[in-house]
Design a protein around this ligand. Structure first.
Ligand code: SF4
Ligand code: SF4
Length: 235
């Protein structure tokens, strides 16, 4: 199978990222889960098929690429909470339920073939562009000022309001209006802060690549060590 060009480590634009491997644990194996997280991994600790926690290392201050924080954002949380008491005290924790559960289960399935708590991957954003499609890039006043200072007026004029906030316009096929046919950002020097901050290798990045390019990064098809669907049979 040929790897997607955006995974080519020899590309001059490739960046090497070391990201957490997501692993499922039953609550009875909580100590193993915490050891996994101490070693840099992310753990899903299942109390039942309907109740679980995502446990991640305590977020580092001022680290915009903190993978735990981005995992929480991907689950729709505004911030990652650090538990102050209980078994996960001192760790970043997201209490999971409902729609969260199948999402985190897919993370575990995707990462099932990785045997260590972290893994390295090469990502070439120039050859990828997946997060420049079907996104919702919110703009603030500073973004608008920067765009107006140099981006084509036709692009700036297309910025629209959605739910009371300014957002980048998507074309009918879901591509950002600034994305060129070659997959490059047409307003790179003036792009919004959200585009600058979006870190390669996060859950959000991997989701965009899977949805947009059909790439399941690094994973071969195989069962998770332990996931939601197995829980009912295994307990
Ligand atoms: S999804 Fe975005 S951040 Fe991730 S590799 Fe592609 S372009 Fe880079
Ligand atoms: S402005 Fe550029 S970086 Fe941001 S979504 Fe559009 S094409 Fe991608």
């Amino acid at each position: 199978m040929t790897a997607h060009p955006s995974s080519n480590p020899r590309s001059p634009y490739a960046v090497r990222k070391v990201r957490p491997v997501v692993r499922s644990f039953r609550a009875a194996f909580e100590a193993n889960a915490l050891a996994w997280v101490r070693a840099g991994g992310h753990a899903i600790v299942w109390a039942s098929a309907k109740k679980a926690w995502l446990v991640v290392p305590k977020p580092a201050a001022n680290n915009p690429e903190d993978y735990g924080k981005w995992a929480a954002y991907d689950l729709g949380r505004r911030k990652l909470l650090v538990a102050s008491k209980g078994p996960f005290a001192g760790f970043g924790v997201v209490s999971l339920k409902g729609d969260d559960l199948p999402i985190v289960e897919t993370w575990g399935i995707r990462d099932a073939t990785h045997t260590t708590p972290t893994r390295a991957m090469s990502l070439d954003c120039v050859a990828c562009g997946a997060c420049c499609k079907n996104n919702n890039v919110v703009l603030d006043a500073a973004d608008m000022k920067r765009l107006r200072s140099g981006a084509p007026k036709t692009f700036v004029d297309r910025v629209k309001r959605k739910d009371g906030r300014l957002v980048l316009t998507l074309l009918a096929d879901g591509r950002c209006a600034a994305l060129t046919k070659k997959g490059m950002c047409g307003v790179y020097d003036y792009r919004p802060e959200a585009c600058r901050e979006f870190p390669a290798g996060t859950e959000c990045c991997l989701f965009a690549r899977e949805e947009g390019l059909g790439i399941v990064d690094g994973a071969r098809k195989g069962p998770a060590l332990f996931g939601l669907s197995e829980f009912a049979e295994a307990r």
